[in-house]
Design a protein around this ligand. Structure first.
Ligand SMILES: Cc1cc2nc3c(=O)[nH]c(=O)nc-3n(C[C@H](O)[C@H](O)[C@H](O)COP(=O)(O)O)c2cc1C
Length: 148
């Protein structure tokens, strides 16, 4: 199975999740990970699964991810299976306005892609660092992939 992980990260949390996913799938898949601004759109060809990850900033994905989503042509993504994740704060207060995942899912579904699953991984409210339990949760989540 050919898999591409596209992510961006300002403080390293989203990158930790992306690289843990890559490591987990390495033995069973042909997988690469790329920062959003480094993706060549030809890398989307013949993919079985695209995984996209962004930090949540101001309730949405960061600019480089929004730009990546904007620049994917419909014909390259229609019917493609996608898994989406974000990193976020645990607070219910900021959660009211939503997170990056839902917004990324909506944008990519508009282009005809098939979103299999979305998830959000929590940073600690104090240190803004990703917890190891959340990295483990991401690894368990990625094992649930069922691409038809
Ligand atoms: C400017 C800024 C805005 C943020 N806005 C939100 C938000 O709206 N909702 C939320 O849950 N977390 C928010 N956060 C927390 C980030 O989602 C969290 O720190 C994330 O893990 C950062 O990912 P990164 O380390 O990959 O850059 C914000 C953080 C920053 C620095």
């Amino acid at each position: 199975m050919k898999v591409l992980v596209v992510y961006d990260s300002v403080y390293g949390n989203t990158e930790k999740i992306a690289l843990s996913i890559e490591k987990e799938l390495k033995s069973s898949c042909n997988i690469r990970s790329r920062r959003a601004m480094d993706v060549d759109l030809s890398e989307l060809e013949k993919l079985d699964l695209l995984i996209i990850g962004s930090p949540t900033q101001w309730n949405k994905p960061i600019k480089s991810i929004r730009y990546f989503l904007d620049r994917i042509p419909k014909e390259k993504i229609a019917g493609l299976s996608i898994m989406i994740f974000d990193t976020r704060l645990p607070s219910n207060f900021v959660g009211i306005l939503g997170h990056a995942s839902e917004k990324m899912a909506r944008a990519i579904e508009k282009k005809g892609a098939r979103v299999l699953s979305t998830n959000g991984f929590l940073v600690s409210a104090g240190g803004m660092a990703i917890e190891s339990t959340e990295i483990n949760r991401a690894v368990e989540w990625i094992k649930t992939i069922e691409v038809s």
